[in-house]
Design a protein around this ligand. Structure first.
Ligand code: ATP
Length: 239
């Protein structure tokens, strides 16, 4: 019997935005995931006070954002811990809880660019399938009308996203850019998949700034998340 394919999408999600949801949808469809689990990260209390919202708020916004997405669920696995786990530890626990499923760890190109600084990154890349959401070269562009003039940003040229990896890991890369879907054979083995299904160059940092300055960020957020953030004043005070 075919194994269930489960996507694991880790991050701070402060707040979850359309970039995350659109990427998740594109990857669920292309990879035929049975489930995609958002895993909001534990953030230590001292860091939280400075800039990152409480886990329960980030969790609540994810639940609102995924309400009508049948394959998407939100995990509390990191939020319930007393300290921040390394990603490889979280994946090990998720796999132990669900040994029959094939886990695919989903990350953005910016996280992938820093992966060599992650704890046991080689074990992470060797033990699980990885899906990287890469922005198409030279075309990463978003714009939003804030009501105070047009704001826009050009994303960096991602170049060769695997250049920083040692050769034995580079060999695992399957480049699906150009909106190519993985073949059955590619899916059944562990690879590092580079994808560019969705161009959605939204960042939570920008959304926090917009909400804090009283601008309408609703076009960048899943339905209900903007109202929740405003209602609870989540981004009112912190820099
Ligand atoms: P911040 O601006 O606060 O750094 P963020 O928008 O990058 O936040 P995170 O919670 O840090 O959001 O992101 C979780 C994961 O989603 C990371 O792997 C990140 O690279 C990826 N990601 C975030 N935004 C996008 C996007 N627009 N397209 C593709 N991947 C994204």
């Amino acid at each position: 019997m075919a194994r269930n394919r489960v996507g694991i999408y880790g991050g701070t999600f402060d707040p979850v935005h359309n970039g995350h949801i659109n990427v998740a949808r594109g990857i669920i469809d292309a990879f035929g995931f049975d489930e995609l689990l958002f895993v909001p990260a534990f953030v230590p209390p001292h860091k939280r006070e400075q800039m990152i919202s409480a886990g329960f708020h980030r969790f609540a916004m994810l639940v609102i954002a995924t309400e009508s997405e049948p394959e998407m669920r939100v995990s509390t696995i990191e939020l319930e811990l007393p300290s921040k786990p390394y990603t490889v530890e979280t994946l090990t626990r998720l796999q132990a809880n669900d040994p029959q499923s094939q886990l695919f760890f989903v990350m953005g190109a910016d996280s992938f660019a820093e992966i060599t600084s992650w704890r046991e990154y080689e074990r992470l890349l060797m033990s699980y399938s990885i899906v990287v959401a890469v922005r198409p070269q030279n075309s990463g562009h978003w714009s939003v009308d804030t009501g105070q003039g047009q704001e826009s940003a050009i994303a960096e040229d991602e170049g060769d996203p695997g250049l920083h990896l040692p050769s034995h890991l580079r060999e695992r890369i399957v480049d699906l850019r150009g909106a190519r879907c993985p073949s059955r054979g590619e899916l059944d083995e562990q690879h590092i998949f580079l994808t560019d299904y969705v161009l959605s160059d939204v960042a939570a940092t920008r959304i926090r700034e917009l909400i804090r300055s009283g601008c309408d960020a609703s076009a960048l957020l899943p339905r209900g998340v903007d109202d929740y953030a405003i209602k609870y004043g989540i981004y009112d005070l912190r820099a």
